[in-house]
Design a protein around this ligand. Structure first.
Ligand SMILES: CC(C)(COP(=O)(O)OP(=O)(O)OC[C@H]1O[C@@H](n2cnc3c(N)ncnc32)[C@H](O)[C@@H]1OP(=O)(O)O)[C@@H](O)C(=O)NCCC(=O)NCCS
Length: 144
């Protein structure tokens, strides 16, 4: 069973370790730099200091298996997420997205590239509906 834990500075090292292990699998995520631990730590430290973001560690029996975050804006909250490569296709992202949509009071949106079928599937399984699409990306909102 997974649970979400609000990210704090104590999680920074395991986050960086996991990003380095997973960086070849995280090319879809613009905010993760292809760099060493120092670069990853510095980029992420800047992001977590931004007041609009709330990050959660996803744990499965206390093991770090991924991250999910919300980015707040005036009229909605945008989701982002990633799962450790050894824990994918077990339904973890779908569970985490469902949990987070239950915690948020504003409309929840997410976008993903057309070349990311796993993410598209996660959003569909979690009850999101497509509201926009172009040649590169699809935008979803949670159907309340
Ligand atoms: C996208 C991601 C978060 C999915 O995490 P996950 O825990 O594996 O997701 P789930 O197990 O909940 O669901 C994955 C679904 O995608 C399907 N899937 C996986 N790879 C697929 C592929 N290449 N083509 C089609 N479907 C695929 C799985 O079969 C599963 O669907 P199912 O339950 O109907 O069988 C994970 O792959 C990841 O971290 N990717 C890199 C970061 C990323 O892309 N984040 C999202 C940015 S928008």
């Amino acid at each position: 069973m997974i649970h979400l834990q609000l990210f704090n500075q104590d999680h920074l090292q395991e986050f960086c370790d996991s990003v380095i292990i997973n960086r070849g699998h995280l090319s879809e995520l613009g905010w993760i730099e292809y760099g060493n631990q120092i670069v990853v730590k510095s980029v992420f430290t800047d992001i977590i200091d931004s007041p609009e973001y709330i990050f959660y560690v996803i744990r499965d029996d206390d093991k770090f298996v991924g991250m999910i975050e919300t980015k707040d804006s005036e009229d909605s909250v945008k989701l982002g997420y990633w799962i450790d490569k050894d824990h994918r296709n077990k339904g973890i992202a779908t569970q985490a997205v469902k949990m987070l949509t239950g915690l948020v009071s504003k409309p929840v949106i997410a976008d993903t590239t057309l070349t990311n079928p796993a993410s598209i599937r996660v959003l569909e399984k979690a009850g999101f509906v497509k509201y926009r699409e172009d040649k590169v990306a699809i935008w979803y909102r949670f159907a309340t």
